[in-house]
Design a binder for this molecule. Structure first.
Ligand code: ADP
Ligand code: MG
Length: 277
């Protein structure tokens, strides 16, 4: 597909522990295509295979069976692996593990430096990346003195400076306080809407998933639900069977409906519920 950023075709991934015969199938025969410019949220409880899938999406892991294409390049193509990692950048849970330098701007410059980008262009890219994540004023600061949300924004700037088309974020808010979470959600939305980046956002916070173009839910290595947020969250019982929550306001609408109060089942925001009532 020409407009696909990432194509996952019949992909299975099996972890095998050395010295043992045990094999663990973490991803089972998955097919999914992420469109260019799409904002996809991946949900699923611990161990459902989300991080494995994320790593398959930029060649950090290679499929045991099937193929993954990033911008039509197979991740098994060894000669193109740096191209793939540059196209699909990864942001992880813990910002402390992603920051390598002692000054913010040097940290953001690390990626493009390794790509052999000329110094003048690096400076431009760093400035632009810090501007996008709204961290320009902290350019000369020491990363370890920043808040969690600020550190994670620096980590995102470091990825942005490599000019990826797609950014994969694996539970980027899991270690942050509510303020930090809000900053990151705002940043992710901006990357998608203003910078036109394709986003794959793994999260276990349901309220974050409401903003997506599409949600996919994983369970034991398989995709068990897929659709627009409204389609997914109107299936309250199914979501609960999968051990997940729905957004608080959707839950409230669901309880009200059970009590016989006439409200639509697919409420996603407080405003929608207030209007319906
Ligand atoms: P999630 O991100 O949804 O929590 P993971 O992709 O991390 O799920 O894990 C999926 C399954 O693969 C789990 O059962 C997990 O224990 C297993 N797993 C993850 N990483 C490894 C590894 N390096 N070696 C062996 N098994 C692993
Ligand atoms: Mg994970």
């Amino acid at each position: 597909m020409a407009d696909a950023m990432i194509n996952i075709e019949n992909v299975t991934y099996e972890y095998s522990s050395i010295g043992e015969d045990s094999h663990l199938i973490a991803v089972k025969d998955i097919n999914i295509s992420v469109k260019k410019g799409e904002y996809l949220v991946v949900l699923g409880h611990n161990g459902s295979g989300k991080s494995t899938l994320a790593k398959l999406m930029n060649g950090l892991l290679l499929p045991t069976k099937g193929n993954v294409y990033v911008n039509n390049i197979n991740t098994k193509d060894e000669e193109k692996i740096w191209n793939i990692r540059q196209t699909a950048g990864m942001v992880f849970q813990n910002p402390d593990n992603q920051i390598v330098a002692t000054i913010v701007e040097e940290d953001v410059a690390f990626g493009p430096e390794n790509q052999g980008i000329p110094p003048l262009e690096i400076r431009e890219r760093v400035d632009k990346a810090l501007e996008i994540v709204e961290m320009t004023e902290y350019k000369k600061h020491a990363p370890h003195l920043l808040s969690g949300g600020q550190k994670q924004r620096v980590a995102i700037a470091g990825i942005l400076a490599m000019k990826p088309e797609c950014i994969i974020l694996d539970e980027p808010t899991a270690m942050l306080d509510p303020t930090g979470r809000k900053e990151i959600i705002k940043t992710i939305k901006k990357l998608n809407k203003e910078e036109e980046k394709t986003i794959v956002h793994i999260t276990h916070f349901m309220d974050e998933a409401v903003e997506a173009d599409r949600i996919m839910v994983m369970e034991q290595g398989e995709i068990v639900m897929e659709g627009r947020p409204r389609e997914i969250f109107s299936q309250v019982e199914k979501i609960k069977e999968l051990g997940l929550d729905v957004p608080q306001v959707t839950e409230l609408a669901y309880e009200l409906k059970k009590e016989g109060i006439k409200v639509p089942i697919d409420i996603l925001t407080i405003e929608e519920l207030v209007n319906a009532l």
